[in-house]
Design a protein. Structure first.
Ligand SMILES: [Zn+2]
Length: 405
């Protein structure tokens, strides 16, 4: 196999699921298993300033470099806790003919569901055995960055910028840059290598807010409840009924936002409903928040005597405007991929990334593809050739930073 695919398969086998219920950093100590392997390998490659922090952020610098800007490359070592991630056994499907791939437990990957899979017909598709996710999100990014470092060190004559790298923990539980030291990292601009299809460079994400509801009713024995019970369960149901179904995630795509009722729990006396709001524009987000307030007022008048508390909090913001100020970050990446002979486009990520937060911490960060798809599921897959295209695209991008367009 190509070295980047070999490397990916080796990293995928190391369990690194993050844990949303833990308050430690990193959230699971198993993330150190991979971080320590990477720390050793970076030193063996000849990287400078290799440093693994106590909270699980690994930094390093490629020695040399000769243009003014310092470019950072970032990937996360954790895998999503949404699917089993213990004991990943990567499977190779060589000479893939384009038909469905059947794995254990009836898990089936159908190319018709994936936007970019048929590109790899005749090549090698990598999946899990069906009992776990694969972890291409984001060990593919880790492997691509490691191979990029090796290439830079082995080819000191390349005209290129100074390159620094970082591997982060806990991206999947939204805490990837909680302990990130921007000064130690030292980049002027950065790329997360954490995207999907090779055809897309992402320059924006949602604005994201949470809207948490606490509903207090009145408990009365149902036999004598007439005229006095206030059922918080009913209020929670009404709340969700008042949300617009055409604005739910299952009915929203592309640059459309959504309102997503995430969880409901409750009894007659009290109920809690968690909702998240997503929108690419600030005006759209303001409208979604006004809508939540209108629902609160409506419920209060529908259920007199109930108490309805709505708490809305900002989670992350769209870095699109920051990236728009200096187009090189996105334009160079698009051109880098185009030089691999593929058609590319600038896209919007329908989710948050370390990059959206880093952009607001002073390091404008765009997101590059890895080639994987169906992340966070047991159907996750990546093609050997996709990994190779993503790697070549990144190398080309660094050359463009050194030489100009
Ligand atoms: Zn990821």
């Amino acid at each position: 196999m190509n070295p980047v695919a070999d490397r990916f398969i080796r990293y995928a086998a190391v369990s690194t699921a993050s844990d949303p219920d833990s308050s430690t950093s990193p959230s699971s100590s198993r993330q150190f298993d991979l971080l320590r392997i990477l720390e050793t390998e970076l030193a063996e490659l000849g990287m400078a300033d290799v440093f693994l922090s106590g909270q699980g952020v690994l930094y390093a610098r490629v020695p040399g470099g000769n243009s003014g800007d310092v470019i950072g490359l970032i990937a996360h070592v954790d895998t999503s806790p949404e699917s089993p991630g213990e004991g990943v056994k990567p499977q190779l499907h060589r000479n893939w003919d384009g038909s469905s791939i059947l794995l254990k437990d009836g898990v089936e990957i159908d190319s018709a569901e994936c936007s970019d899979m048929l590109r790899y017909r005749g090549g090698t598709i990598i999946t899990s055995d069906g009992t776990t996710l694969l972890g291409a999100d984001d060990k593919a990014g880790v492997a691509i960055i490691m191979e990029t470092c090796r290439w830079l060190i082995e080819n000191p004559g390349i005209r290129r910028p100074e390159v620094v790298i970082a591997f982060t923990p806990d991206e999947e539980v939204g805490r990837g840059v909680d302990n990130f030291d921007v000064d130690r990292f030292g980049a002027d601009f950065a790329y997360t290598v954490d995207g999907g299809e090779v055809t897309e460079v992402s320059s924006e994400t949602f604005n994201a807010w949470s809207a948490n509801w606490k509903i207090t009713g009145r408990e009365v024995h149902p036999g004598s409840a007439s005229g006095s019970m206030i059922n918080a369960v009913r209020i929670a149901g009404e709340l969700i009924a008042l949300m617009r179904s055409e604005e739910m995630p299952e009915n929203s795509t592309g640059r459309e936002g959504y309102d997503y009722p995430l969880s409901v729990k409750g009894t007659t006396g009290s109920a809690e409903v968690k909702v998240i709001l997503r929108d690419f524009t600030a005006e759209g987000m303001a409208e979604r928040r006004r809508r939540m307030e209108a629902i609160r007022d409506c419920l209060s008048s529908l259920f007199p005597g109930s108490q309805i508390e709505l708490t809305m909090k900002e989670q992350y913001n769209n870095p699109g405007e920051i990236l728009e100020k200096d187009r090189r970050l996105v334009d160079y990446a698009l051109e880098g991929l185009r030089r691999c002979g593929i058609e590319v486009r600038e896209g919007s990520i329908r989710g948050g990334t370390d990059g959206s937060r880093l952009s607001f911490m002073g390091v404008p960060t765009a997101n590059l593809p890895t080639g994987g798809e169906l992340f966070h599921s047991r159907r996750e897959w990546i093609a050997e050739e996709g990994l190779m295209i993503a790697l070549e695209g990144l190398k080309n991008t660094l050359i463009i930073w050194g030489e100009g367009l």
